[in-house]
Design a protein. Sequence first.
Length: 204
Amino acid sequence: MSNNQNRAVDSNRRNLLIATSVAGGVGGVATLVPFVSSLEPSERAKAGGAPVEADISGLKPGEKMTVSWRGLPVWIVRRTPEELASLSKVTAELADPDSKETFSYPMPDYAKNEFRTRVEHKDLLVVVGVCTHLGCIPSGPYQAKTLPALGNDPGFLCPCHGSTYDMSGRVFKNKPAPKNLDVPRFMFVSDTKIVIGKDEKGEA
Ligand code: FES
């Protein structure tokens, strides 16, 4: 039983952002019980922090909520039909529309689509809200035509150096940020609740 110190996982950039935080402890028990190792969280997962649950029952179309996972702000965004429709329109303007490059976490297979989420819940975007340039927190979502930096598109804006992201967290071309926002592992545990940091394959 111990508190895990939050650690940046791969990127030093995150160290600029991440304050220490505390997640539920899972360490200490494993040495006592000879569980099947494949069912246990990896060492990396245990070091990083436990998965967190989020109740999304009150999240309405166009709204965003933020939960803390491993000290990172994870956005959960309920996209409107208009925001979803914008995704295919902006493809040519994006640096990496198919998310071939990943930032700090590998892209889950179920998020390898333009919605970058589980297609059976394609309105629900789950991304780490940390700019891939130097770790500022972007603002948004902004509706279409409400922010000059985004032109006619809806999306997110990083206030530090002007990187813009579409409604799937994909960075636009010719911006300081080199990569799309991370999609963490997540899964539904009920119709109204998701868990972040874990999916059918285990913990991140
Ligand atoms: S930190 Fe976001 S654009 Fe520089």
